[in-house]
Design a protein around this ligand. Structure first.
Ligand code: RP5
Length: 166
């Protein structure tokens, strides 16, 4: 694990990678050191606990945790560290992510998990939220985030006709 890792991107299964890759892509595009790991609250509870226990001393500022079905990864991590946990509910058959959404968002009081949208939008937004957290104390990151938002506006302004190729 590199010393410059500031955000961990965890997922319950290797099968979650296609979605959670979006979080890594965002973080890398902002130049934020991150790592991706498969860790499960159910299949590898000991390893997930070890990761959470080491997070603060490693200097992680946030952990993004994506999981599907009975999604306990984010909550299990949150119970062992005060490093902010950003939960991403993932879609799977047969409940299409509603199961994971409720499991992630309905944390009992005292142990918060910030919960994002189901699937790819959630993975992207969790990473952008981590960027915003870092930007609170990093002017360069604040500038990059402002530029990201400005580009979103500019893309719409430049291509307002939905029938054009853009
Ligand atoms: C969760 O169960 C994982 O996050 C995954 O989304 C879901 C199914 O896992 P696999 O059976 O595809 O490995 O723990």
């Amino acid at each position: 694990m590199g010393d410059n890792v500031r955000v961990g991107v965890l997922m319950g299964s290797r099968n979650d990678w296609e979605t959670m890759k979006r979080a890594v892509d965002v973080l890398e595009s902002f130049g934020i050191g991150c790592e991706a790991r498969v860790l499960s609250a159910h299949r590898t509870p000991g390893l997930a606990a070890e990761y959470a226990d080491a997070a603060e001393s490693r200097g992680l500022v946030a952990i993004i945790a994506g999981a599907g079905m009975a999604a306990h990864l984010a909550g299990a991590l949150a119970g062992r560290t005060t490093v902010p946990i950003l939960g991403v509910p993932l879609s799977s058959d047969p409940l299409r992510g509603m199961d994971a959404l409720l499991a992630t968002v309905q944390m009992p009081k005292g142990i918060p998990v910030a919960t994002f949208a189901i699937g790819g939008a959630g993975a992207t937004n969790a990473a952008l939220f981590a960027v915003a957290m870092i930007a609170t104390t990093d002017p360069e990151m604040r500038r990059k985030l402002a530029a990201y938002r400005a580009k979103q506006i500019e893309d719409v302004v430049q291509n307002p006709d939905p029938r054009s190729d853009g």
